[in-house]
Ligand binder design. Structure first.
Ligand SMILES: [Zn+2]
Length: 425
């Protein structure tokens, strides 16, 4: 049995008087239990559960289970020694000798006990011994039990000092498109510690999405943004999400208003039109946009970073520039309207290939934010990345990637004359 002590329970135990009673929720088949309530001496038991979202074993009953005691640091050193020797027990008299007050004699079945040794750091400064431990007390013995107390710091804050978590927690990213690439992009952005994510997609999760999407079958029929927001709340609680069932093309006015409160826009929506509109709205708002898609039925992943700089052309100008240089337009047939009833086009791309593109898009977005915030070690090699998911040697340059996973970064290309996006209105 592993005894779990959530942070609030641990803090209550550390601050309470020399002994008390316990309630736990116990999951016997999986061999784990979580502390749910604590009393001071023989007084009433006070719940120490975290909020419902963070609560463990919430479907198990809460049962009075044993006692907790203030104990000496030496008792915890004994616990460590016993665990090293594969759970041999110590005599009950030894346990009692290290518990100054309140010890209760066990019945025939025994009970679970927690011990708090406040002097651990002073007594054994070099050993980092835990100040909260668990035991099974029988009529003759005290058996050490596995225990895990929640540390004071969890979540993205754990990376403070190693990763600019505080800067990213203040960052607001709008993600347009929460399909197979977008859902994985959202998870990656949250994993990097982006504090605010606006999720924009009008679509609902459908059966055929499951094979590539991060959402599970239980969410079928729900808005993709709502399913994703719920998953992120459980998995990455440091990221606040705002799910919006909007279409970037038909609801462009709403999106434009929201961009005034956004640091960077990412578009992973189906179809070139959605990416073109995202690039246009971001440019007008003075923001960087990161556009991600796959080309040629999933053979190549493409990430385009559009920064609002004088010499940097938009998506359309970029495509036109490559055609004029003797290349191709890699997505001429994808001009069909976004969300206009276009039937699902089965792609050959497999989920993890799309997620690879998604993670590269999220990294591009986060690196762009950090470079601007004074982190030159996050500078990217270019503005336009192509990654081969299958080798593509017969395509025109720069899409002629010769080997799978080959990654090619290209510079920005200049705006074309008369471009409605690139020319200042
Ligand atoms: Zn342009």
């Amino acid at each position: 049995m592993l005894i779990l002590i959530p942070h609030r329970a641990a803090e209550t135990l550390r601050g309470a008087g020399p002994w008390g009673r316990l309630t736990l929720r116990i999951d016997r088949p999986e061999g784990r239990a979580v502390v749910a309530g604590i009393s001071q001496r023989g007084n009433g038991i006070i719940p120490v559960d975290p909020d419902l979202r963070s609560r463990l074993l919430s479907s198990c009953d809460t049962t009075p289970t044993g006692y907790w005691y203030r104990a000496s640091a030496e008792l915890h050193a004994i616990w460590i020694e016993l665990r090293k020797r594969c759970n041999t027990a110590t005599a009950l008299d030894i346990f009692k000798a290290h518990v100054p007050s309140g010890f209760k004699a066990p019945g025939a079945e025994g009970y679970l006990a927690l011990t708090h040794a406040p002097g651990m750091q002073d007594a054994f400064p070099e050993h980092h011994l835990p100040d909260l431990l668990a035991w099974h007390i029988t009529p003759t013995q005290a058996v050490p039990l596995a225990v895990s107390a929640e540390p004071a710091t969890t979540g993205i804050q754990q990376l403070d000092g190693h990763w600019p978590t505080q800067r990213l927690q203040q960052t607001r990213v709008m993600l347009i498109g929460t399909g197979s690439i977008g859902s994985a992009t959202a998870h990656a952005l949250a994993g990097y510690g982006v504090g605010h994510l606006t999720l924009v997609d009008p679509d609902r999760l459908d059966w055929h999405n499951l094979v590539r999407h991060t959402s599970a079958r239980q969410h079928i029929g729900r808005l993709k943004v709502d399913a994703l927001a719920e998953e992120l709340a459980a998995l990455r609680p440091d990221t606040v999400t705002a799910p919006l069932a909007l279409n970037v093309i038909t609801d462009a006015d709403r999106i434009r208003a929201l961009l005034t409160d956004t640091d960077l826009a990412v578009c992973t929506a189906d179809g070139v039109a959605a990416r073109r509109v995202t690039g246009h709205l971001a440019r007008r708002a003075g923001l960087t946009a990161v556009l991600a898609c796959v080309l040629n039925d999933g053979a190549i992943g493409e990430i385009m970073r559009l920064r609002p700089r004088p010499g940097h052309g938009c998506l359309t100008c970029r495509r036109q520039h490559l055609i004029e240089a003797g290349g191709i337009d890699p997505e001429p047939a994808l001009d069909a309207g976004y969300g206009t009833g276009t039937p699902h086009r089965p792609m050959t791309a497999v989920g993890p290939d799309l997620h690879l593109v998604a993670h590269l898009a999220a990294k591009t977005a986060v690196a762009s934010i950090l470079e601007r915030a004074g982190h030159p070690d996050q500078r990217l090699p270019g503005e336009h990345a192509l990654i081969a998911l299958r080798r593509q040697p017969d395509w025109a340059p720069p899409f002629d990637l010769a080997r799978t996973t080959e990654l090619r970064w290209l510079p920005a290309s200049p705006p074309q004359n008369g471009c409605p996006t690139c020319e200042t209105p």
